[in-house]
Design a protein around this ligand. Structure first.
Ligand code: DX5
Ligand code: ZN
Length: 217
């Protein structure tokens, strides 16, 4: 059986103790560390930017799985690379020239992910699916943690899985938003590869055990 990858989302961490939180993730079974960059334009919230990515990358033993919820992400590819980003995920809806931006990210030496909002169909990726390493399906409207999981995501995983299989792409399927004890097993059953989880991990009594449980679904 394939092992699920887990990418805890730092957005739900205790920001007064980021170093402690990153060290906790270092000790855990997490595969990646998910970091959400928001600009207050693409999404109605502002989180953190390059100084934080850069600081965290220096102490994180887990590759930075970085989710850019910003307009014109093509302007920040160099900064992302210099800040230690492993996977640069950008939103399809934020890119006028998605093909160009995907190749610019790859040429800068990072893995490339493309994220879709809950309302964006998977077939919008038909012409880039062979050029990317991951598709991030948003299972809440992006911008905030602790929101309710949107059920439509389950069917979307199946449609994306078919697109990936039909095209011979090696892209991973990541789901982000409302991942917890009830939704995670259903996502695994539907064919997810990477689970992002914010509030469920960081607000649990034992985040290390919660990450371990997610990985062993
Ligand atoms: C939301 C972010 C998520 C967020 C998920 O826009 O992209 O990564 O941290 O939080 P939970 O797991 O609490 O829904
Ligand atoms: Zn995210």
């Amino acid at each position: 059986m394939k092992k699920i990858m887990v990418s805890p989302s730092l957005l739900s961490a205790d920001f007064l103790n980021i170093q402690k939180e990153v060290e906790m993730i270092n000790q855990s079974d997490a595969d990646w560390l998910h970091m959400d960059v928001m600009d207050g334009v693409f999404v109605p919230n502002i989180s953190f930017g390059f100084p934080i990515l850069s600081a965290v990358s220096k102490i994180s033993k887990k590759p930075l799985d970085t989710h850019f919820m910003i307009v014109q992400p093509e302007k920040y590819i160099k900064e992302a690379k210099e800040s230690g980003v492993y996977m640069m995920t950008i939103h399809q809806e934020a890119c006028l020239h998605l093909n160009r931006t995907i190749h610019a990210i790859r040429n800068a030496g990072m893995k490339v992910g493309v994220a879709l909002n809950p309302s964006t169909p998977v077939n919008t990726l038909e012409d880039v699916i062979n050029d990317i390493d991951m598709v991030l399906l948003m299972s809440v409207n992006p911008g905030f943690s602790s929101q309710k999981f949107i059920e439509n995501t389950i069917g979307k995983i199946a449609r994306l899985g078919k697109l990936i299989a039909d095209s011979g792409s090696k892209a991973l399927i990541e789901v982000d938003g409302g991942v917890q004890s009830e939704t995670a097993p259903r996502l695994v059953e539907a064919g997810v590869d990477v689970l992002v989880s914010g509030s469920y991990v960081f607000r649990s009594n034992n985040p290390i055990a919660t990450i371990h449980a997610l990985k062993n679904l």
